[in-house]
Write a protein that binds this ligand. Structure first.
Ligand code: COA
Length: 330
C-alpha cells in the first residue's frame, strides 16, 4: 500500500455489558426517567465492570478495528489513545498499556487529552502522520470510564455520562478522499465550566480534596449547553466550507452524543433531515472520547456509510474545546 493519503481501514467498539437505566439513577439522586429522557434524550448508559479500565476497553475496540482492517497488531506504527480518564494519570500513558496488551511491538504510543473532543484531535493527529507518508498504520481509539469521575450525588452530571470505547485504524492509501478538512478550536476561558479540580498538579490528592469531592467532574450545564449549540453547527459548517462543500453534500453527520436537544438544534441550523444525523445517545449517554468512534462504528455496521460518502464528525468538551472533521469514505 503506497501513496500519501489516508483511509479508515477498520472501525471497532466496546461497550461494557452492564446497563444502567434512568430508573436506577432515580434511586441515587432526585431525578426521574421522564426528566432525563425529555431534557437529554438518554434512556440508559453502560457502566464498566470493576476490572475494566480505559485501556482494557480500548484494546477490545482496537481488536475489532484491526480485524476489519485485516491487520495484525505488529503492523501498527503508532497508537493514539484519546481519553480524559487514563488508567493512571500520565504515568504511564494508557497508550503504552494498550500497546503492550495488543502486542503491537513496533508501535509508538501516547495519549491525547481534549475532554470529550479528544477523539477528534486524535483522529486529525493520526491522519497527519499517514498523509505525510511518515507512517503506514495508525490506531486511534477514544476510551473513557466516566463512571469513575462522576459524582453520583450530583444530578446535574451523573445522568449524562456512560462508559465505552471506539477505535479506528488509519491506513496509507493512494485512493482519493479521506480527511478532506478539519477544524480544531479552543476557548480556554471556559475552563471552569467543565472541570475536575483535583488530582492534577494544581490540586494534588489530599484528604481535603477528597472531602471536597474535588476528584469528580464539575459542570455548569446551562453554559456548556449554550457553548455546544453554537460550536457544533458552527464548526461543522466551517469544516464543510474548508472542504469546498455545503451541508447539503454531507451524507451523514456524527455529532458528539451529549444531549438530543443540542443535536436537534445543530440539525435544524444545518437544515439536515433526521436520517442524515446519527444518534445513539439514548442507549449510551455521553461516553466522552468514545462518543464519536462508537457512533462511527455503529453507523458503519448499520450500512449508513458507503464508498465516497461525505461524513462530518464534530465533538466539543472540556477546555472548552472542539474538533470537527469532514471525511470522504474511501
Ligand atoms: N433531574 C431533575 N432535575 C434536574 C436534573 C436532573 N437530573 N438536573 C438538573 N435539574 C433541574 C435543575 O436543578 C433546575 O432546577 P431549578 O429550576 O429548580 O433550579 C432545572 O432542572 C432546570 O435546570 P437546567 O440546567 O436549566 O436544565 P437543562 O434543561 O438545561 O438541562 C442539562 C440540564 C445538564 C441536561 C443541560 O444543561 C445540558 O445538557 N448541558 C450540556 C451538558 C453537556 O453536554 N456536557 C458534556 C460536555 S462534553
Amino acid at each position: 500500500m503506497t501513496g500519501a493519503n489516508v483511509r479508515i481501514a477498520g472501525v471497532g467498539k466496546y461497550l461494557p455489558e452492564r446497563v444502567m437505566t434512568n430508573h436506577e439513577i432515580e434511586s441515587l439522586v432526585d431525578t426521574s426517567d421522564e426528566w432525563i429522557k425529555k431534557r437529554t434524550g438518554i434512556a440508559e448508559r453502560r457502566i464498566a465492570a470493576p476490572d475494566e479500565t480505559t485501556s482494557t476497553m480500548a484494546v477490545a475496540a482496537a481488536r475489532d478495528a484491526l480485524a476489519m482492517a485485516g491487520l495484525a497488531p505488529t503492523d501498527l506504527d503508532l497508537i493514539v489513545i484519546a481519553t480524559g480518564t487514563p488508567d493512571h494519570l500520565g504515568f504511564p500513558a494508557a497508550g503504552s498499556l494498550v500497546q503492550e496488551a495488543l502486542g503491537a511491538t513496533r508501535a509508538g504510543a501516547f495519549d491525547v487529552g481534549a475532554g470529550c473532543a479528544a477523539f477528534g484531535y486524535g483522529l486529525v493527529v493520526g491522519a497527519q502522520f499517514v498523509k505525510t507518508g511518515a507512517l503506514k498504520n495508525v490506531l486511534v481509539a477514544g476510551s473513557d470510564v466516566m463512571s469513575r469521575i462522576i459524582d453520583w450525588r450530583d444530578r446535574g452530571t451523573c445522568v449524562l455520562f456512560g462508559d465505552g470505547a471506539g477505535a479506528v485504524v488509519l491506513q496509507q492509501t493512494d485512493r482519493p478522499g479521506g480527511l478532506r478538512s478539519f477544524v480544531l478550536g479552543s476557548d480556554g476561558c471556559g475552563a471552569p465550566k467543565l472541570i475536575m479540580p483535583g488530582g492534577g498538579s494544581k490540586m494534588p490528592a489530599s484528604h481535603e480534596s477528597v472531602e471536597a469531592r474535588a476528584h469528580f467532574l464539575k459542570m455548569e450545564g446551562a453554559n456548556v449547553f449554550r457553548f455546544a449549540t453554537n460550536v457544533i453547527p458552527g464548526s461543522i459548517l466551517e469544516a464543510t466550507e474548508k472542504a469546498g462543500l455545503t451541508p447539503a453534500d454531507l451524507s451523514l453527520v456524527i455529532p458528539h452524543q451529549a444531549n438530543i436537544r443540542i443535536i436537534d438544534h445543530a440539525r435544524e441550523k444545518l437544515r439536515l433531515p433526521p436520517e442524515r444525523v446519527f444518534v445513539n445517545l439514548d442507549r449510551y449517554g455521553n461516553t466522552s472520547a468514545a462518543s464519536i468512534p462508537v457512533a462511527l462504528c455503529e453507523a458503519f455496521e448499520q450500512g449508513r456509510i458507503h464508498e465516497r460518502d461525505i461524513v462530518a464528525m464534530c465533538a466539543f468538551g472540556a477546555g472548552l474545546c472542539w474538533a470537527a472533521a469532514v471525511w470522504e469514505w474511501n
